[in-house]
Design a protein around this ligand. Structure first.
Ligand code: FEO
Length: 405
């Protein structure tokens, strides 16, 4: 993608990566992504906002050089330091001898480690600080921590009615045109936007609301994100902002306690225990939302949401070859460690030879700082009627312990 004018004196100089299918090891990128970066030319100063992923350095340089020589760059603003935006900083600085780096104080700490350079020409900015492009054209900085790293900030150019929002409002979505009104596949774009929102900002909802509140105070028509299309008032921006408000809205308090029971089962034995536990929970708390989820029958995004939105949950796994089974590990890898801290969890499962699964799961949950219920139920092979009764008693006790907290 060549450099493309976005606003007077502003060029998109980022790169496209349509073939990416996994981002940062953890995110599926069905629609590829873009690493957006912007070059701003004021009457006195030339500024870059964001660098790019290391893989695309040469292409990124070509884009910048098509607008101006690298030596003319006075500042490199990093709204956030994850390596998809900062990865080439050390190489870029070697080519931009006159550039200082600007970011939040947290960014300064991270960038010195990312570049392994304690002498990095870095200037920390805070709320109220500005950068003068010349002729009174000021850039304003709005630290917006945990959107999604502690170092994140927005950069606002009031003279352009443009805000550079970093990952906020972004998406892993790649069409060759820069602007939102040129997006051909809007349904896919909004799917990508939602997935990105859940994956990146899911643990940080109060900060999302603060970020939206900041944007509400700014007069802007264009939001330059660091991934996906540039958003405009005449394009998709109003819809994106509305959806962010909706997705981040505080849920009203639930009338009933929610205690889902997740399990994997090879021969139906762990499933029978799960049903016993569910019955016990409902005996103790008849109004509770207590549903069984066989983890092999639901997609992980759904289960992840249930994990996050529960008041507590029970997990059941058989033991195979001295370990919990892979679907349970997959489920545990989707626990939001930030929002599930101290959440109560109950463990159970059937086993044949040894029954290590519960200990393995317990170690993982405790590593996530969850509150694992002291009593567990391990049943050799097929649960008897007495075992099911024990499961019900355990479910009952677990439910009551939650209510008492
Ligand atoms: Fe696009 Fe948080 O990096």
């Amino acid at each position: 993608m060549p450099a493309i004018p976005v606003a007077p004196g502003v060029y998109s100089v980022g790169v496209l990566n349509p073939n990416l299918r996994i981002f940062d090891v953890v995110m599926c990128t069905e629609y590829g992504t873009s690493y957006n970066a912007y070059l701003l030319q004021g009457s006195e100063k030339t500024v870059l906002i964001e660098t790019c992923h290391d893989t695309f350095f040469e292409q990124y340089l070509d884009n910048i050089r098509s607008v101006c020589p690298l030596e003319r760059i006075d500042a490199i603003i990093l709204n956030h330091c994850e390596p998809d935006h900062s990865g080439v900083l050390h190489r870029l600085l070697a080519l931009c001898p006159n550039a200082e780096v600007i970011g939040t104080a947290a960014a300064g700490i991270y960038l010195k480690k990312i570049t392994n350079n304690d002498a990095l020409p870095f200037r920390a900015v805070k709320q109220g600080d500005t950068y003068d492009l010349g002729g009174g054209q000021l850039l304003h900085f709005y630290p917006s921590p945990f959107l999604h790293w502690p170092d994140t900030m927005f950069t606002y150019a009031p003279h352009l009615r443009t805000v550079f929002t970093c990952d906020f409002l972004g998406s892993h979505f790649c069409e060759p045109q820069v602007f939102d009104h040129l997006v051909h596949y809007q349904r896919e774009y909004f799917d990508a936007l939602h997935y990105y929102f859940c994956a990146i900002f899911g643990p940080f909802m109060p900060y999302v609301r603060k970020g939206l509140d900041i944007l509400d105070t700014l007069a802007f028509d264009t939001a330059c994100t660091s991934h996906g299309p540039v958003l405009t008032r005449g394009g998709l921006l109003p819809q994106v902002l509305t959806r962010y408000r909706g997705w981040s809205a505080e849920a009203p308090p639930r009338a009933h306690v929610r205690i889902p029971v997740f399990y994997a089962t090879a021969y139906g034995n762990t499933e029978r225990i799960a049903e016993g536990i569910r019955q016990g929970v409902l005996q103790a708390l008849p109004d509770a939302e207590c549903t069984l989820y066989n983890v092999n029958e639901h997609d992980m995004a759904t289960l992840q949401e249930l994990l996050c939105q529960s008041d507590a949950f029970a997990l059941g796994s058989p033991t195979i070859n001295a370990d919990a089974v892979p679907p349970m590990w997959e489920l545990l890898s989707h626990i939001d460690a930030i929002n599930c801290k101290k959440k109560p969890a109950l463990l159970f499962g059937s086993f044949g030879w040894s029954g290590e699964a519960l200990g393995q799961l317990q170690a993982r949950l405790e590593g996530l700082k969850m509150k694992v219920y002291a009593e567990q139920l391990r049943v050799p092979f097929v649960p008897s009627d007495a075992d099911i009764q024990t499961a019900a008693s355990l479910g009952q006790a677990f439910a009551l312990s939650i209510q008492q907290q």
